[in-house]
Ligand binder design. Sequence first.
Ligand SMILES: [Fe+2]
Ligand SMILES: [Fe+2]
Length: 305
Amino acid sequence: MGRRLRGARSLRSPGDDGMKSTLTFKPGPTSIASVHQRIVNSMLRGDDDQAPERREDDILSRDYHPQALQVAIHTWRRRMIHEHESTAVFAAIVPQLMEAHATIDFKTTVLRCAMDELRHAALCEEVIEFLGGDPSVEVEVDLQPIPRHQDCSRRVAVLRNLLFASLTETISMGLLTEERERVEEPYIARVLRQLASDESLHARVGWNYLAALHEDLTDEERQAMRDYMPVALGVLEAELLHAMPLDPDNEPLPEIMADIFALGFSESRNGRALLYDSINEVVLPRLDAFGLNATDAWNVRKRVA
Ligand SMILES: [Fe+2]
Ligand SMILES: [Fe+2]
């Protein structure tokens, strides 16, 4: 997760080591912008007349408490950074799928997931503008590389990474489901509907890759997956808690909770409770069903600061 640093300036160009750059999801001035638009329109959006991209008449339907708007802007900005980073994760998984001789359906679907995440980041940018906020945010230029897992076969290495990505998506689905039940702003409801629909595919792809390989894994490979579970579950917990920070100085006032839900998100305390529900009720039983001993691994998970 990138760190927000407003107003930072440097003489070096974005792309230099250790630099920060401003995220933006507006298309550039060349004819490639129309190629981008065609991809969004035809491939990602399809013939969906409920497309979530912001229209001119999408304006807030009522007044909200200023703190609720402020927390909403902050939350959607954090989500925008995270969506952008997810693009890099899915894109980096593609060459690993190629190295592991995965079937083409997984390669195209994971590439699509990467494109979905870019679109999600652009949607978040529009939501921030809709809320009256400034979406510009400076993030670290350098992205976190995904693990190579050189202690196991190529297909187990990529299975670990793709399954991990899908576990985070599986948990996000639980949060999105609750947010969709409570949201009242019609435009934000359209955005959440799109996010939920795409994230459900992102969750499925890793589980399906596990299902595709499961029967064929050697004993050694299966053990390599079991060995990974305490690490994966510890990192998963740490990353998701990090994405839902508890800030006692910035606790939402009880009287603005209705506004917060109406604007389409949960506050961190509630999100954290849902995280543990999803892990216990969905993630661990499903991993156990594949013989990965996840419940045991959860109890001895590697705690990450
Ligand atoms: Fe996303
Ligand atoms: Fe996703």
